[in-house]
Design a protein around this ligand. Sequence first.
Ligand SMILES: NC(=O)c1ccc[n+]([C@@H]2O[C@H](COP(=O)([O-])OP(=O)(O)OC[C@H]3O[C@@H](n4cnc5c(N)ncnc54)[C@H](OP(=O)(O)O)[C@@H]3O)[C@@H](O)[C@H]2O)c1
Length: 308
Amino acid sequence: MKYIPFGQDDKELSEIVLGMMRISDKSVKEVEELVETALSVGINAFDLADIYGRGRCEELLGLVLKNRPDLREKMWIQSKCGIRIEEFTYFDFSKEYILQSVDGILERLQVDYLDSLLLHRPDALMEAEQVAEAFEILQKSGKVRDFGVSNQNPMMMELLKKEVKQPLSINQLQLSAAFTPGFESGFHVNMEGDKAALRDGSVFEYCKLNDMVIQAWSVLQFGYFKGNFVGNEKFQALNQVLDRLAFKYGVTPSTIAISWILRYPAKMQAVVGTTNPKHLREVSQATNFSLTRKEWYEIYLAAGNNLP
Ligand SMILES: NC(=O)c1ccc[n+]([C@@H]2O[C@H](COP(=O)([O-])OP(=O)(O)OC[C@H]3O[C@@H](n4cnc5c(N)ncnc54)[C@H](OP(=O)(O)O)[C@@H]3O)[C@@H](O)[C@H]2O)c1
């Protein structure tokens, strides 16, 4: 496993993060086995959100931690808030809702503090002063150690930074070999056509400029929750390249797809969502080698993209 330095004390975080969005139908024993497997292959970072399984995912990890309190200090635990699922889904970055959400997260996880809290999806009604007040209270009370965002563009982060004192250390963004709108406009600068449209405000470059960790989510999915592209006949050209490189490096095609993410030169983490210990052991090998520049581009092109 490879690690990136994180935060003021340069804590070492694994480049692979275990995302726990899909564990809601697992037993406590199965979740414990998944966490144990992660730790055994060097994964020390774990990602949740209050909405995953409507709280069930945090609850399950909490039950594991209750039985196994020895695990807490080996784990860097992150959760997210700001999405409300009620009669319909909407976003809420108000001070009251952030504070109330963190209390719920800590209770479900049965822990005293979160290593990191992310604001899940942008709230157009956000007042940065309210977020700042909430973060201040959370940090001073020791309930949250580090802060970040998810799915935010540079201007949104600038707006937050006008008021928030704590560094925004992380941006969690959707990225996979078959989901690359963030890269497309960068390749097509100064060109005609839709591909040149700057949709995300150069968010990847912004994160690098500001020394933020980029956490890629849904690393094996295409579209917005449309399914897995590995082994999918809709992505024949891409799978041919993944299969060939898998043979070359002696790993699985999914592992190649994750190493493609980690090849991007930034403080990069891949949040993997497997619930299967065998798959987790396989994809953890993605940090053992580095794709060549040519291989990285070959995958990008085989996914159906073009370059000027
Ligand atoms: N910030 C956000 O807005 C946001 C949104 C969505 C997700 N996330 C985070 O990102 C994490 C990952 O998202 P995701 O679950 O969509 O990611 P993913 O890793 O792309 O997908 C995981 C799915 O792929 C399946 N899979 C099939 N073959 C696999 C293999 N060989 N190796 C690994 N997985 C394989 C897994 O099934 P098995 O369990 O059978 O392996 C699982 O159902 C989530 O857990 C969450 O923490 C964040």
